[in-house]
Design a binder for this molecule. Structure first.
Ligand SMILES: Cc1ncc(COP(=O)(O)O)c(C=O)c1O
Length: 373
């Protein structure tokens, strides 16, 4: 276990140029997404009564459970990456990935959309509903008898052996460009906020909570905010399950490392090992804090969003989707985070932004969490 469930960082807010930042600079993901029939910006909601109850300024949630009918944001990354790969080589027929659910469903959906096929590998603990959802997008799914990291290694071998194109969202030394396109695909939902919370002058939010798996999504967010606002970027808090807190372990160790937890968590999308190489190099220089939460806090977050106060809108948030918001709940109520709360200077004016990155992608477990079964 990590010594503390949090880490307060002093980010340099400067990044070395790399292949990843080159891909980001040249990206046009929103323009691509707008060409897709299924494309629509997802809703931004405000929980006014909850903000009053918790004694903070604003609570905003960008609800990605409405993205492309996939109940999660991951289609943004996979579709843009597959589009970029096919731009270079339209003859590719089969795409392959390892996934804990959402990314695989997104790869399957995107491949299908572009007339191609997909082979998807899932770790041994992947639930029936998540596998079925990927199969319904027309992919062949295989369960591998290992955890997420081991399944990634297996998918790589299978892709090489069968001449499939690997669309993995984790960058390694010799595998950087495709993950960078996936991350660039995520910029679309940050740009969707440019006529509301992300105006050009300065952000209208103070703290953004970002739930992290391999770190690609939060790193895309961090790059977006740094690029748009420089030193004026909002504070960024990375939230992970305490049993799979790879970024927290790495920032504590001062180098990219695998977490030492048990990988037992219902937050399947966040149940990853070592952070992606490119994500790590971005996040260590841009994140203001990292924190780890347990499944109980996640369940409280899911319920808070599902059973809102008074006139606040209801948000259907799955286990990983609620991760960032769960970090906020822990911060506001768990005395172990007192120092972190103080360092983030939270007061009655603070404006928070969360991304509900998935809806009820495992409907059965969701119903269990909200007490329906
Ligand atoms: C719902 C959800 N939220 C957040 C994440 C985190 O994204 P990343 O693995 O890029 O850090 C994932 C990853 O699968 C996810 O499925």
């Amino acid at each position: 276990m990590n010594p503390d469930p949090y880490y307060i960082n002093s980010p340099s807010n400067s990044l070395e140029p790399s292949l990843t930042t080159q891909v980001f600079d040249a990206s046009n993901s929103m323009e691509f997404h707008r060409t897709l029939e299924a494309y629509q910006p997802t809703p931004l909601v405000e929980l006014k009564e909850l903000a009053a109850e918790m004694g903070v300024g604003k609570i905003y949630i960008k609800d990605e459970s409405f993205r492309f009918g996939l109940k999660a944001f991951k289609g943004l990354g996979a579709s843009y990456a597959i589009h970029k790969i096919l731009e270079k080589d339209p003859s590719i027929e089969t795409f392959c990935t390892a996934t804990d659910g959402n990314h695989g469903r997104a790869v399957a959906w995107s491949a299908n959309l572009l007339g191609k096929s997909a082979r998807i590998f899932v770790p041994k603990d992947t639930t029936y509903f998540r596998i079925e959802a990927i199969e319904l997008e027309g992919a062949i799914v295989e369960k591998f008898n290992g955890n997420y990291e081991e399944t990634c290694a297996y998918a790589k071998i299978m892709a090489e052996g069968n001449n499939w194109t690997l669309v993995q969202d984790t960058a390694e030394q010799d595998y950087e460009e495709i993950p960078a396109h996936i991350m660039a695909g995520y910029f679309t939902h940050f740009r969707e906020l440019e006529d509301s919370l992300h105006p050009a002058s300065e952000p209208e939010v103070d703290i953004v909570f970002l739930q992290s798996g391999v770190g690609s999504w939060p790193a895309a967010a961090a790059w977006y905010y740094l690029n748009r606002y420089g030193e004026k970027k909002p504070k960024l808090v990375i939230v992970e399950p305490e049993e799979a807190a790879g970024f927290l372990a790495s920032i504590n160790a001062g180098k990219r490392t695998s977490p030492s937890g048990t990988y037992k968590t219902a937050m399947a999308g966040l149940n990853c090992g070592i952070p992606s190489l490119s994500a790590w190099s971005i996040l260590k220089n841009t994140a203001d804090a990292a924190m780890a939460i347990d499944d109980e806090t996640m369940e409280e977050a899911v319920n808070t969003l599902n059973f809102p106060l008074g006139e606040d809108p209801k948000v259907v948030s799955g286990e990983s989707g609620a991760g960032g918001f769960a970090g906020f709940i822990a911060l506001m109520s768990d005395p172990r985070f007192e120092e972190l709360k103080f360092s983030l200077n939270i007061n009655e004016k603070t404006r928070f932004l969360f991304f509900n990155t998935e809806g009820d992608t495992d409907p059965q477990n969701f119903r269990k969490i909200i007490g329906e079964i």
